[in-house]
Design a protein around this ligand. Structure first.
Ligand code: ZN
Length: 259
């Protein structure tokens, strides 16, 4: 297993170098690099790998908030250790806000929160991302990787409008072994239970769309947003995201009747 690059708790030192390393690791694992835009000289790109035969289609995104370094580093970690293998067909967007990551800020360089921009699409980043998404098939599962500065542990949001077999509890149970779960009954103004938030009401009616709602509207019937606690050590947050990815893939194959 490879080690992850040394970084500070809150920021990535060299974002273009991380983009290069993600692309190189992707190529080494048989991924195609699909560049769909560029921000300040850093590519916006997806890593895709279509495995022959019937396989679940998994979409993974990271790096949408620039002050959340663990998600792109977790993707790199899992890429370099060969996790994204023949068990699925993969669609991975590992670094969606390079300008924010360079600055260590949540928003992009223009001050827009990209994870509220999927309905109006005012930012270059999300316009480019959605153009790319519009060319993609439906996904059996989507995982959006994030971090939270205020939480006291890991938690997740589930969007499961078709009542498919839920992966929420298995993910929480797996993450619990490497990272505490946020026990709060209210997280981010929403009712939570054991680190699981199942938003009530129709998310499509929300005024500003996070990526997860766009995906739910156009691409998937099962989506998770995973949140690691920024106050914890970076390696622990990377381990938490890694455990969540591994459990989601294993649970989807075994439990949902997918081919
Ligand atoms: Zn975030």
């Amino acid at each position: 297993m490879h080690s992850v690059p040394p970084v500070k708790n809150s920021s990535i030192e060299n974002v273009p170098a991380l983009a290069d390393r993600l692309a190189a690791a992707g190529r080494a694992q048989g991924f195609r690099i699909e560049v769909f835009g560029e921000i300040e000289g850093c590519p916006l790109f997806a890593l895709t790998k279509r495995t022959p035969g019937p396989r679940p289609r998994l979409y993974v995104s990271a790096g949408l908030h620039g002050d959340e370094p663990a998600p792109p580093l977790a993707v790199l970690h899992q890429l370099e250790r060969g996790f994204f293998d023949h068990r699925a067909t993969w669609f991975i967007c590992p670094l969606l806000n390079p300008a924010g990551l360079v600055r260590g800020i949540r928003e992009n360089a223009a001050g827009l929160d990209l994870n509220r921009d999927y309905k109006d699409r005012r930012s270059t980043e999300i316009q480019a991302h959605v153009r790319w998404l519009q060319c993609q098939p439906n996904f059996d599962l989507t995982l959006c990787l994030h971090e939270d500065w205020e939480s006291t542990g890991f938690y997740l949001y589930e969007l499961n409008p078709a009542q498919r077999p839920s992966l929420a509890q298995p993910i929480v149970d797996a993450v619990k072994k490497v990272c505490p779960i946020d026990p709060s009954p209210v997280i981010d103004d929403r009712e939570a239970r054991g680190g699981i938030i199942r938003p009530v009401g129709d998310p499509l009616l929300r005024e500003k769309w996070p990526e997860a709602i766009y995906l739910r509207a156009h691409h998937t019937t099962l989506g998770y947003t995973l949140e690691t606690p920024s106050a914890f050590p970076l390696n622990q947050r990377i381990a938490a995201h890694s455990a969540a990815l591994e459990t989601a893939l294993a649970g989807l194959r075994l439990g949902s009747g997918h081919p």
